[in-house]
Design a protein around this ligand. Structure first.
Ligand code: ZN
Length: 155
């Protein structure tokens, strides 16, 4: 799956738009760009503004879930502001928001899949290794209303 590549200014415009749909979609974009420090850094100076814009916007379509994506986007930006650590730290997400598909992360070159044990229901485990720092993760893939992945660091 090819990811859309939009410049930080366009993403920022959406994040500040006060349009719930645009904010939600741009937040998901930021979360997926979490492994690409150079793409996130231009957003760092706007952290407060982004948070404020989201605060003032009622995010529709099940308010709480959509708000969570904004919080995760802010967490991603803060991580790159505060830390030099390998961004694979961002893979384990709080709660059930497992939106990082190991297959897709592999195609982007961020991880290699060491092992995959999926049954016919697309449920099972992955073992992956970060290509940059060598950390390994166990990933549980589950199939509910959609597929989600829970990443747990094991090294
Ligand atoms: Zn790493």
């Amino acid at each position: 799956m090819k990811r859309s590549v939009r410049p930080a200014e366009t993403i920022l415009e959406d994040l500040l738009s006060r349009d719930p749909q645009r904010i939600w979609s741009a937040s998901c974009e930021v979360i997926h760009l979490g492994q690409e420090r150079t793409r996130i850094l231009p957003l760092v100076p706007y952290l407060t503004e982004i948070g404020r814009a989201a605060e003032h916007t009622v995010l529709g379509g099940g308010l709480a879930p959509n708000r969570r994506f904004v919080d995760m986007a802010l967490r991603t930006i803060r991580f790159h502001r505060d830390s030099e650590d390998c961004p694979c730290c961002l893979y384990p997400l709080p709660g059930d928001d497992g939106i990082f598909d190991p297959q897709e992360e592999m195609e982007q070159g961020y991880v290699r899949i060491l092992d995959r044990m999926l049954d016919e229901h697309h449920t099972g485990d992955y073992l992956v290794q970060c290509t940059r720092c060598g950390r390994t993760f166990q990933i549980i893939q589950e199939w509910g209303h959609f597929v989600w992945w829970r990443w747990t660091p094991i090294s």
